[in-house]
Write a protein that binds this ligand. Structure first.
Ligand code: SF4
Length: 216
């Protein structure tokens, strides 16, 4: 676990002021899904291998929601364990289509252990099949985790890691939070390097280069 320590970066293109969690970005955190991740449930659930897919994914906006719905219709049953459920009941949890629905205790897109078409996110697997980046197929919250960008009242934006309290909106608890436990701090490089694609997509190439120059 690392403390949060923020540094300011100004985007020369659109003028956005970013407050960046330098401690986390220079740490060696790495996603350990399938390699010891205990999930986000009230009890350690490594055996379920759900990672952070136990909840439905909240869409950023209507465009992302519609895009995900369209991509879901393109998935093949060989790659998508819950294909039949998606065909029958759709992929949305609510009428407003603000998040994906859960089936059998996890996101409908999450293929479970033992599924012949591949374990994990069906959208992620399909993107790799097409030689495309999963960032263009998955809802943004899914590819950004554990990074979290937030608008501030003064117009600036904060980039930090997810914290236990971010999962806790209904006063429930999670047994294990990957950014606050020691196990994921075993990466071979810093987050700046390992999450280059994700960071660039969030802050833009100019700010990413500046981060790398100052902190990398
Ligand atoms: S981001 Fe964290 S909770 Fe999600 S799969 Fe990776 S290690 Fe597990």
């Amino acid at each position: 676990m690392v403390d949060q320590s923020f540094e300011r970066f100004d985007d020369p293109v659109d003028g956005t002021v970013w407050q960046i969690d330098a401690e986390f970005l220079t740490s060696n955190w790495t996603c350990i899904w399938g390699k010891g991740c205990k999930g986000i449930l009230p009890e350690d659930a490594e055996h379920l291998n759900q990672g952070c897919c136990s909840h439905g994914a909240q869409f950023l906006d209507v465009e992302e929601s519609m895009n995900t719905g369209a991509l879901a219709m393109m998935l093949e049953p060989e790659r998508f364990q819950y294909y039949d459920e998606a065909q029958a009941g759709g992929i949305y949890a609510d009428e407003e289509r603000t998040l994906t629905r859960t089936v059998d205790g996890a996101c409908i897109f999450h293929n479970r252990p033992g599924f012949a078409g591949g374990e994990g996110c069906a959208l992620h697997l399909a993107a790799l099949d097409e030689d495309e980046s999963p960032t263009t197929w998955k809802p943004s919250v899914c590819w950004q985790l554990p990074l979290r960008a937030e608008d501030q009242p003064d117009g600036s934006r904060v980039l930090r890691h997810w914290a236990r309290t971010d999962w806790d909106d209904e006063k429930s608890t999670i047994a294990w939070c990957c950014t606050e436990e020691p196990e994921p701090y075993v990466g071979e490089t810093s987050v700046i390097e390992s999450l280059e694609e994700e960071l660039t997509a969030i802050v833009g190439p100019e700010v990413y280069v500046a981060i790398r120059k100052r902190l990398g």
